[in-house]
Design a protein around this ligand. Sequence first.
Ligand SMILES: C[S@@+](CC[C@H](N)C(=O)[O-])C[C@H]1O[C@@H](n2cnc3c(N)ncnc32)[C@H](O)[C@@H]1O
Length: 263
Amino acid sequence: MDEVRRYNIERWDALVEANALFTRPLLNLDMESARERIDRDGRLGDVRGKDVLLLASGGGQQSAAFALLGANVTVVDLSNKQLERDAQVAAHYGVEMRLVQADMRDLSALDAAAYDLVYQPYSLNFVPDATVVFAQVSRVLRRGGMYYFMCANPFASGLTEASWNGEGYLLKEPYQQGQQIVYTDSDWVYDRSKYPDARPIQGPQEFRQTLSTLLNGLMERGFVPVHMKEIMADAADATAEPGTWEHFTAIVPPWFAFWTVLG
Ligand SMILES: C[S@@+](CC[C@H](N)C(=O)[O-])C[C@H]1O[C@@H](n2cnc3c(N)ncnc32)[C@H](O)[C@@H]1O
C-alpha cells in the first residue's frame, strides 16, 4: 500500500471516530435541502434515474442527497468507516446504494462508461497528481456525461487563517505541481473539546494541483470545462477579526469548483 493511501485511510478513519464535520451523515434531508446540498448553483439538472458516481465522497452527505433525489448512487471512498456512514443513510432513507472501497486513482472495480455524472467533493488534493484521477474518471463516465469536482484554490493551497502575519496571509510554499502541503485542521473540522477521548489526528497532507495541471489535464482527457466558480465559506466576513476563518475566507477563496462535460 502506498504512503498516500495509508495516510488517508488512517486519517479518515480517525476523523469518523471524532465525528468530524465531513463524516456526519445527513439524516434530516428533504427534497429541497437535498438539492441545495449538492446543486446550489442549479447546474446538474434532474438526477432522477441517472447513474451517479460519488467519488471520494463517503460520509453520508452527498450519497443521502443524491439518493433522495432519485439517482442510482455509487460511492467510492478509501475509508470503510466513511462508507459505513453511507450505509447508515441508505438504511435510514430506505434507499439502495453501491458502496465501493477504492482509491480514486484506480477505479478498475467499476465498469467503463457506466455513469452519467461523476461528482467529487473536496478530495482531489489528497493525491499527488490530479491527472491520474481525470484518466480514471474519463473511463467510467459516459460521453456527454458531467464531471463536477471541487478542489483547493491552486494559489492558496496550504494557506489557512493561521497564516495571518499581522498584515496579510503569508504564502510560503513554492508554486509547483504536486508540492506537498501539510497543515493543521481548522477548529471547525472537529470539536476537540467535545471529543477529548479522540486520539490525536494528524492534519491534512495535500498536494498542490496547479491551474495549468487542472485545465490542461481535463482538456487532454476530453473534458470540456463548462463552468467554474471560486468558493468562499458561507461564514466569509471581510469585517471579521483578521486571522479568523471568517476573515481569511473573505480575503481569499479557499476552493475552486469545476463543471465539465466529457466530449
Ligand atoms: C472532505 S471528504 C469529502 C466527502 C464528504 N462526504 C464531504 O462532504 O466532505 C474527503 C473524502 O476523501 C476520501 N479519500 C481520501 N483520499 C482518497 C483516495 N485516494 N481515494 C478515495 N477516497 C479518498 C476520504 O476518506 C474522505 O471520505
